[in-house]
Write a protein that binds this ligand. Structure first.
Ligand SMILES: C[S@@+](CC[C@H](N)C(=O)[O-])C[C@H]1O[C@@H](n2cnc3c(N)ncnc32)[C@H](O)[C@@H]1O
Length: 231
């Protein structure tokens, strides 16, 4: 059976129910109502993709791919070693990461939810981090990436927006252990790497002690696979 939803009514009811600070984020889902500042920022951040080639010495960059569905494994200490680093062309890497639509949604969420300290699992070239750092709230970002080459590229991308970031070139589990031992606390954790059902649940549980009361967990690519959605 097909059910038609009146999206205008749905949007209006949703906006009426949500705290008003979240209205710009919710509105964005229905209509890309860019303001001038957002247009300018998106143009600037997206232009970074074109310059990535000049930052990669031999035309390739390494990254850790997501595990095949069902292949996620933990060692005896309950930690994941991630996928082996794989080389791919700079042009392939220039296309990864959030685009302006997702990036500006993240930016609106930073301001709407009042995020001052954010943890990101999966820096890649720094695109999502740059959008979050560009928020009016001027948050502090801690971002984790297993590929040293990508960390070097991301340093430029993030540095164009703010100096308030910490890069950790580590496995997600190693970084979480370090942050827990430091007593770090975050308003939000953005999980954007190792897209697999068990990995998603694993990291959701592992970062829980790092969240402040009322903190928020955000997952990218939740419709990536049935497993991700199930998680
Ligand atoms: C989808 S990309 C992140 C995209 C980025 N958040 C953005 O939107 O611009 C995922 C990144 O996570 C890294 N990664 C995946 N598994 C990892 C792990 N277990 N430890 C550290 N880094 C990992 C990969 O190397 C890759 O660069």
């Amino acid at each position: 059976m097909i059910r038609w939803i009146n999206t205008d009514l749905f949007r209006d009811n949703l906006l009426a129910e949500l705290p008003k600070e979240l209205a710009p984020s919710a509105q964005w889902v229905f209509r890309k109502d860019y303001n001038q500042r957002e247009r300018k920022l998106a143009k600037q951040i997206e232009s970074f993709r074109g310059g990535i080639a000049s930052l990669a010495a031999n035309g390739t960059l390494t990254s850790m791919s997501s595990p095949m569905p069902g292949s996620f494994e933990l060692d005896d200490e309950g930690r994941s070693q991630g996928a082996p680093l794989q080389e791919a062309s700079v042009s392939a890497h220039a296309q990864t990461g959030v685009g302006a639509t997702g990036g500006l949604l993240l930016r609106r969420l930073v301001d709407g939810l009042g995020m001052d300290h954010i943890l990101e699992l999966g820096t890649n070239t720094g695109m999502s981090g740059a959008y979050m750092l560009s928020a009016e709230r001027r948050p502090h970002l801690t971002t984790v990436e297993g590929s040293a080459e990508l960390c070097a590229v991301a340093a430029h991308c993030l540095g164009e927006q703010s100096s308030q970031f910490r890069q950790m070139n580590a496995l997600f589990d190693e970084a979480i252990d370090t942050l827990v031992s430091e007593g770090a606390r975050f308003d939000a954790v953005f999980v954007d790497g190792q897209h697999e059902e068990k990995a998603t649940i694993h990291y959701a549980e592992r970062v829980r002690p790092l969240l402040k009361p009322g903190g928020v967990l955000i997952f990218d690519d939740i419709y990536w696979s049935r497993g991700m959605l199930a998680a």
